[in-house]
Design a protein around this ligand. Structure first.
Ligand code: UD1
Ligand code: CA
Length: 464
């Protein structure tokens, strides 16, 4: 049996009060529409159809790079005339098999939930099923009206009487329906209601009138109701995903001091015995090795941190590889395409970009290294700067080979190569290549003028 899913994402999402189309709002780093689509794909849905409308160009551009991978077909609903009209836009005529319909704002939906929807629909041998949950708080969901336990209709809040509003069972907006039933009923939906919209919910009464097998299936899992409609609900969904990611890692032996303030995206891997302090943010394709320690308020994205690495407080690390036993920070900034060698040390207020920093090398303080290859066992003194960006607006490379000692306050004007075992005296501006084993020195000779300070300073002034 073909499983199709139609995901409705054409609406404006007015309650989000945001210029971003609702379904593009991220939940723990991933737009909610992608979470919804992935949930369907992993459940084995072969035919995935997404209806877009409001903000369609932005939605398309976000999905474009992954559209093939997700195998999703995009349909445009020109005018947002209601949920039944949106379903019609998804090339209704070509549908086959069982069709799941759901909103694009269900970031917490799980693959298992989607499998369950199809399975219970098939088990009960229905023509149309709507999935419901019970909600006690005040809400805007459509109410499920039953008579003698049997589903009668779904009534939208705007059309509901005081009596109907008291009903706790609500429409999650998730349905499974046979393709031929949908093809027959959708054209019959009218827009004679408070919002002058074509309500998908009207197919319930239409199906009942035709003596089709219709039922409302009540689920215990309250999460499936919670589409995201406001920033509050988005924040709540985001918190749930972060909490569940921490929980998985805690269960695998990662030490997280305060899960409430530790933010880890789904794609991150952390080895057992690693320690994560409060305020740590791990994003994208990041992996943290066993027994590594990440101190408070570090931000790490798309980086590989090997075993036994220490990342000290306040460091910001992107697209960087750090080999084992290295230590970084506090307050280090490692920018894309940087590799830190085994046992190397990168200290406070050090910035690197596109650097290969060799094993056991050290850059302890206040340094900028960019577009540089730095060998093993190199010492980079405090205040060293690679001047990689030239007046011709091009970037040039600095090469420093093994065991070089770079004194403090050195500038290396690229392109320049410093051969192994050489020394650069502090305060030097290196503009020429330095041969192996040499001392490079470029300072103006110091002059001391005896007693000269008196001219400017009277002894009674002290240091004023
Ligand atoms: C809908 C249901 C309601 C249910 C609720 C669950 C209807 C009439 N009501 O209400 O019973 O409790 O979902 O969340 O269906 N959309 C389009 N094109 C449109 C209109 C909407 O693509 O022309 C999309 C929206 O982007 C959204 C979804 O359909 O993803 C639901 O639309 P919305 O107008 O938000 O319906 P609700 O008022 O939430
Ligand atoms: Ca100088």
């Amino acid at each position: 049996m073909t499983m199709t899913a139609i995901i409705l994402a054409g609406g404006q999402g007015t309650r989000m009060k945001s210029p971003l189309p609702k379904v593009l709002h991220p939940v723990a780093g991933k737009p909610m529409i992608i979470r919804t689509l992935e949930g369907c794909q992993q459940a084995g849905v072969q035919n995935l159809r997404l209806v877009v409308g409001h903000g369609q160009n932005l939605v398309k551009s976000v999905l474009d790079p992954i559209q093939e991978m997700l195998q999703v077909k995009i349909y445009v609903q020109d005018q947002q005339l209601g949920t039944a009209d949106a379903v019609k836009a998804a090339d209704l005529g070509s549908l086959q098999g069982d069709v799941l319909i759901m909103n694009g704002d269900h970031p917490l939906i799980k693959t298992a939930d989607i499998k369950n929807f199809f399975a219970s629909f098939q088990k009960l041998n229905l023509d149309l099923a709507v999935f419901t949950v019970e909600v006690s708080e005040k809400n805007d969901f459509g109410r499920i009206v039953r008579a003698n336990g049997k589903l009668q209709s779904i009534v939208e809040v705007k059309e509901a009487s005081a009596e109907v509003l008291k009903i706790k069972e609500i429409n999650t907006g998730i349905y499974v329906v046979k393709a031929e039933v949908l093809q027959k009923l959708i054209p019959q939906v009218k827009n004679e209601n408070a919002k002058k919209e074509f309500y998908l919910t009207d197919i319930i009464t239409l199906a009942r009138d035709k003596a089709l097998k219709v039922d409302a299936i009540l689920s215990e899992n309250g999460d499936i109701a919670h589409g995201v409609n406001s920033q509050m609900e988005l924040a709540a969904a985001t918190a749930k995903v972060y909490a569940s990611n921490c929980e998985k890692l805690l269960n695998n032996g990662v030490i997280i001091l305060d899960p409430k303030t530790t933010y880890i995206e789904d794609t991150v891997i952390v080895g057992a015995g690693a320690v994560l302090y409060p305020g740590v943010f791990l994003r994208g394709k990041t992996a943290i090795g066993a027994f590594s320690v990440v101190e408070p308020n570090c931000f790490i994205s798309d980086s590989v941190i090997n075993d036994g690495v220490q990342i000290k407080a306040g460091s910001y690390i992107e697209k960087t590889i750090i080999h084992s036993q290295a230590s970084v920070g506090p307050y280090a900034r490692l920018r894309p395409d940087t590799t830190i060698g085994q046992g190397a040390h990168v200290g406070n207020f050090v910035e690197m970009k596109k650097v290969n920093f060799g094993a056991k090398s050290k850059a302890g303080h206040l340094t900028y290294l960019g577009d540089a290859d730095i060998g093993e066992d190199v010492n980079i003194g405090c205040g060293t700067i690679t001047c990689n960006y030239a007046a011709d607006k091009k970037k040039y490379k600095t090469i420093i080979k093994d065991r070089v000692f770079v004194g403090s306050d050195t500038q290396l004007v690229a392109p320049v190569t410093v051969e192994s075992d050489s020394i650069i005296a502090s305060g030097t501006t290196v503009t020429k290549d330095v041969p192996a084993g040499a001392l490079a020195l470029s300072r103006t000779a110091q002059v001391n003028k005896e007693g000269y300070a008196k001219k400017f300073k009277k002894p009674e002034d002290g240091n004023k």
